[in-house]
Design a binder for this molecule. Structure first.
Ligand code: SF4
Length: 194
């Protein structure tokens, strides 16, 4: 006896599955659109973030679910996960970071080119979590500056996606000159980074 096979005979129109990034503020008329360079660069950057997953424990499993087809981080332009710091611009630290691992996190951060952003995913990366012990770093912001903290132990994939969306807000609205500002230099100096 043959197995029943079902086909998806009702095809949805493709355009209903595609969301188009909204235009930045600007002026438009017939055949032209004018806006600022900051807005265009911000729009491009925020929709093409390359994450570097630095996963050491259970929160990393949630990230795997986030990359899977159900949650699908690719919908936000971040499907290109990279393990080369020099090519990535978003460091996602997920899991318990032992003090021995702190210098490694910092080295990976230093190897990333500007502009770069950092998310601390989960309680351990944000604050040491339940591991208030001599061997665990009590938050990665002791070794690198952090842009977004995602709470939870572990955070669900929705929370990780929300963290990426908050990063997208930062990236899209960041001035191109922020990285040259005195404030930013002072921030890096406070971490001993020139
Ligand atoms: S925050 Fe919780 S789930 Fe995430 S690495 Fe720490 S103990 Fe594991």
């Amino acid at each position: 006896m043959s197995r029943p096979v079902s086909y998806n005979l009702i095809q949805k129109p493709l355009e209903k599955d595609i969301s188009v990034a909204s235009l930045p503020d600007g002026h438009q008329g017939e055949g032209f659109f004018a806006t600022s360079l900051d807005s265009v660069i911000g729009l491009a950057r925020k929709n093409s973030i390359w994450p570097l997953p630095f996963a050491t424990s259970c929160c990393g499993i949630e990230f795997m679910a986030t990359m899977g087809s159900h949650y699908d981080l690719a919908r936000f332009g971040s499907e290109r996960v990279g393990f080369s710091p020099r090519q990535c611009d978003l460091l996602m630290v997920m899991g318990t970071i032992a003090k021995k691992m702190g210098p490694v996190v910092r080295q990976v951060y230093l190897q990333m080119a500007e502009p770069r952003w950092v998310i601390a995913v989960g309680a351990c990366a944000s604050s040491g979590g339940i591991f208030d012990t001599y061997s665990v770093l009590q938050g990665i912001d002791q070794v690198v500056p952090v842009d977004v903290y995602v709470p939870g132990c572990p955070p669900r994939p929705e929370a990780i996606i929300d963290g990426v969306l908050r990063i997208q807000d930062l990236v899209g609205n960041e001035s191109l000159r922020r990285r040259n500002s005195e404030h930013y230099k002072a921030l890096l100096n406070s971490y001993g980074i020139q």
